[in-house]
Design a protein around this ligand. Structure first.
Ligand SMILES: C[S@@+](CC[C@H](N)C(=O)[O-])C[C@H]1O[C@@H](n2cnc3c(N)ncnc32)[C@H](O)[C@@H]1O
Length: 272
């Protein structure tokens, strides 16, 4: 396959990536044939999957608008992905041109595309890093020069933590960021998962394709997601199915069977 001009030279064109497969599901153009092939196979197994990822993106937009209404002007978007419509800085800087955003992703295409889109925007930073290395992320010039941790910051982990296995200690990763935040800061999470044995055969089949060909995922239910918010008080309505988090339109309403395969929540760091 010929290397597109937007693909950094060190990217393996034959290996699917989380960010590019997601970009394809979202209708973006920054993906390779190998990403499209696996994305199509998962969609065949689970036709609702595209709707699922669109609900996660819609949650991102709703929660950012909610945070802006609560006065937050600083955002640390972890696992930010390949920019598509309705990115955090577009929403935030539309509300307040002084809002500051740092995007962090490990994927070279996500980072390269973010950088090219954002060059010239002095209030947005882009960092290529593994979010599990919270010390490295928080100590980076991109983050420390743009975000003031004496003031509230919203940390966004949208459709991210299911890529952090239990052995990799997702609670420890979240706590690493939490401990750096001023009281009154926020954590927003959306996460793939089910409660109990709800998972459908279609979802199991799609997940097997994804686990084998892209990367293994760890699904978590409501109780596990709640535990990630240790040290935060949950904002109403708490941990709920992704489309049910403060829905704004009929499109945000979950499917009638109520088994949307993922949960979302927003927490506010308690006062000391
Ligand atoms: C499913 S996408 C979600 C993208 C974006 N948050 C959104 O809601 O559109 C997950 C993103 O997390 C990134 N990611 C996964 N594990 C990561 C890690 N350990 N460090 C940094 N980024 C990671 C992937 O590269 C991908 O871009």
């Amino acid at each position: 396959m010929e290397r597109p001009n937007w693909a950094p030279g060190d990217v393996d064109l034959e290996r699917p990536s989380i960010a590019r497969v997601y970009d394809y599901w979202l209708g973006g153009a920054h993906n390779f044939a190998v990403d499209r092939a696996v994305a199509e196979r998962t969609l065949e197994a689970m036709p609702d999957l595209r709707g699922v990822v669109l609900h996660h993106r819609a949650f991102l937009r709703r929660v950012v608008r909610h945070l802006l209404r609560r006065g937050v002007r600083q955002f640390l978007d972890l696992g930010s992905g390949i920019p598509t419509v309705g990115n955090v800085h577009e929403i935030a800087q539309h509300a307040d041109p002084g809002a500051r955003v740092v995007y962090v992703d490990v994927d070279p295409v996500a980072v390269a595309h973010s950088r090219s889109l954002l060059s010239g925007n002095g209030r947005v930073g882009v960092l290529q890093a593994d979010v599990r290395d919270f010390g490295g992320v928080l100590g980076s010039p991109e983050v420390s020069e743009l975000l003031d941790f004496d003031e509230p910051v919203a940390v966004l982990m949208i459709a991210l933590l299911h890529f952090v296995s239990d052995e990799e200690d997702p609670r420890g990763v979240v706590a690493g960021y939490r401990d750096h935040l001023a009281p009154g800061s926020f954590l927003a999470v959306s996460h793939a998962g089910y409660d109990g044995d709800e998972e459908s055969a279609a979802s199991r089949e799609a997940r097997k394709i994804y686990d084998d060909d892209v990367t293994p995922m760890t699904l978590r239910g409501r109780a596990e997601l709640t535990r990630l918010f240790d040290g935060f008080s949950l904002v109403e309505p708490g941990v709920v199915r992704v489309p049910a988090w403060r829905p704004e339109s009929p499109d945000d309403v979950p499917e009638p069977d109520g088994r949307f395969p993922g949960f979302a929540a927003l927490g506010r760091k308690a006062q000391r």
